[in-house]
Design a protein around this ligand. Structure first.
Ligand SMILES: Cc1cc2nc3c(=O)[nH]c(=O)nc-3n(C[C@H](O)[C@H](O)[C@H](O)COP(=O)(O)O)c2cc1C
Length: 185
């Protein structure tokens, strides 16, 4: 049974709930998944595959998630990893929102290249939960000019579909890894 660790960072809880939904889908698909918060200080490599997710704040992941991914990359010797970001910029500016996600993921892959690197088999950007009250006062002023739609924008069917798509990608990567002479990307 493929053991999967779903590691997430969160400030206000919406990414935790996405991580839980991913765990639920993976377990329903016959994998053995569990969630851990990246800020817990626990970086364990005792799994076959990994999902790591973070909300975007100011265009980047929360640092605990980035650090978790970088440390993990050193330890997992090319095991498959899926990455997801959560954000609300995509709602008012899809191109910029997606650009933040792509830029962060590319940067992460680049910094881990000095070791074996991260074997990213899938990545996704999900719209998150926006509560204006969570903005620092300066950003509340900025938000008045181009307001982000208030509320819960998480698309649960999209999240579930992505989670379901991971099992075959993990399997393919793990099968490739166990082939004699298989190269890690
Ligand atoms: C201060 C602040 C900055 C944010 N910056 C971004 C951003 O740069 N890009 C983005 O897509 N979303 C941004 N968001 C939206 C959050 O990513 C979104 O609310 C997410 O669901 C929060 O996840 P969490 O509840 O797990 O902390 C920001 C939200 C706040 C309050």
């Amino acid at each position: 049974m493929t053991r999967v660790l779903v590691a997430y960072a969160t400030r206000f809880g919406s990414t935790r709930e996405i991580a839980s939904a991913i765990v639920h889908e993976l377990n329903a698909g016959g994998l053995s998944a569990q969630a851990v918060e990246t800020g817990s200080g626990l970086v364990t490599d005792d799994y076959d595959a990994f999902v790591i997710g973070s909300p975007l704040y100011g265009g980047t992941w929360l640092s605990s998630a980035g650090v978790f991914a970088a440390i993990l990359a050193e330890r997992i010797n090319g095991k498959p990893v899926a990455l997801f970001s959560v954000g609300t910029l995509i709602l008012k500016s899809p191109k910029r929102g997606r650009g933040e996600h792509t830029e962060f993921i590319e940067g992460l892959v680049e910094v881990t290249r000095s070791s074996v690197g991260l074997n990213v088999v899938s990545d996704a950007l999900f719209p998150g939960y926006f509560d204006r009250a969570n903005l620092p006062w300066m950003l509340r002023i900025v938000d008045r000019f181009v307001p982000t739609p208030q509320g819960d924008h998480r698309n649960w069917p999209e999240i579930q579909q992505w989670a379901r798509s991971l099992a075959p990608k993990f399997d393919a990567s793990l099968a490739n890894e166990s082939q004699p002479g298989a190269e890690i990307q």
